[in-house]
Design a protein around this ligand. Structure first.
Ligand code: ADE
Length: 294
């Protein structure tokens, strides 16, 4: 296991067993099983997440899958049972890596980043941020042997209806979305209240924002925002959030309208397939899956 981000962390040539983890106890911890530990912390090492990592507000540990590979070449994969293209990560190799990850004690659910998973949502990020952390499996190739996913009670999570080369970028997306919700990570927690999908914003998309100059290339800031009338500004923002959500995400609009007991208007007579079309999402059941290859 390797730790990232601590100001005190130094590279070590000691055997794995003897490596002390310079991590802060009791802090939200992301453990990542990956063939590319050097991809971490990546973007997470910058800006607010990077500062929070250095301050010990969260822990990052990578578990390099290659170290658990078999044979002289430390193989981690083999051909798919039943034939077909590509390679599958072996159950025994992944099992050894997951057992190593669990040495540090249980830290939240084990999630496998995969286009086949349930979509990541803001409410999932919120729930994860409230827990002790997460163990993430980053896949490559055609996938991971199903038996090890079943044995470790692994849940698959997708960051969208498209196929990435591997799970590392997806893992960083999940960690970023989650870590920023941990208290003290964001400088201004107020900004969480009004952003898209937030409870304060009723699960809707956020209203448009403007700043100085008041006139830019013939374009003006909406007058109400310069009026100083806080009630009118709040009403304008609410109306804009509703307008944008209705236009761009009929699925969210309908959910909000149903919950609010409002007449969803246009959205009420839409079918889900049309919703997805309008919001730019694909229908997973019909979408074709491109082969994942190294
Ligand atoms: N790995 C490859 N594609 C992915 C996706 N869309 N979401 C999560 N993990 C992935």
């Amino acid at each position: 296991m390797k730790s990232h981000g601590r100001l005190t962390a130094k590279p070590s040539l000691r055997p794995r067993e003897l490596m002390a983890e310079p991590q802060v106890r009791g802090v939200w911890t992301a453990r990542i099983v990956t063939l590319f530990p050097e991809a971490f912390p990546g973007i997470l090492g910058l800006s607010l997440t990077g500062k929070a990592l250095a301050q010990g507000l969260w822990n990052l540990q990578t578990i390099p899958l290659r170290e658990f590979g078999v044979g002289k070449h430390r193989n981690v994969d083999d051909t798919p049972a039943g034939g077909g293209a590509g390679m599958v990560i072996r159950a025994d190799v992944m099992d050894a890596a997951l057992r190593d990850a669990k040495r540090g004690g249980p830290a939240g659910p084990v999630l496998y980043m995969s286009p086949r998973g349930r979509p990541l949502t803001q409410s999932r990020a919120r729930a994860l941020a409230e827990g002790p952390g997460v163990t993430l499996i980053c896949g490559r190739f055609e996938g991971v042997d199903q038996r090890v996913l079943d044995a470790h009670d692994v849940e698959e999570v997708s960051i969208g209806d498209y196929v990435l080369t591997g799970g590392e970028i997806a893992a960083q997306v999940l960690i970023d979305a989650t870590v920023r919700l941990i208290p003290r990570v964001l400088g201004n927690q107020d900004s969480l209240a009004e952003e898209s999908f937030s409870i304060g914003n009723r699960g809707l998309l956020e209203h448009p924002q403007y700043t100085k100059p008041a006139q830019w290339e013939g374009r003006e800031i909406p007058e109400v925002l310069l009026s100083g009338n806080h009630a009118a500004i709040a009403a304008w923002r609410e109306a804009e959030a509703e307008r944008l959500t209705k236009e761009r995400r009929p699925d969210l609009w309908r959910a909000w309208a149903d919950a609010a007991g409002k007449h969803p208007g246009q959205a009420s007579d839409m079918d889900p397939a049309k919703d997805r079309q309008l919001s730019g999402a694909s229908d997973q059941s019909r979408g074709h899956r491109e082969p994942e290859k190294e």
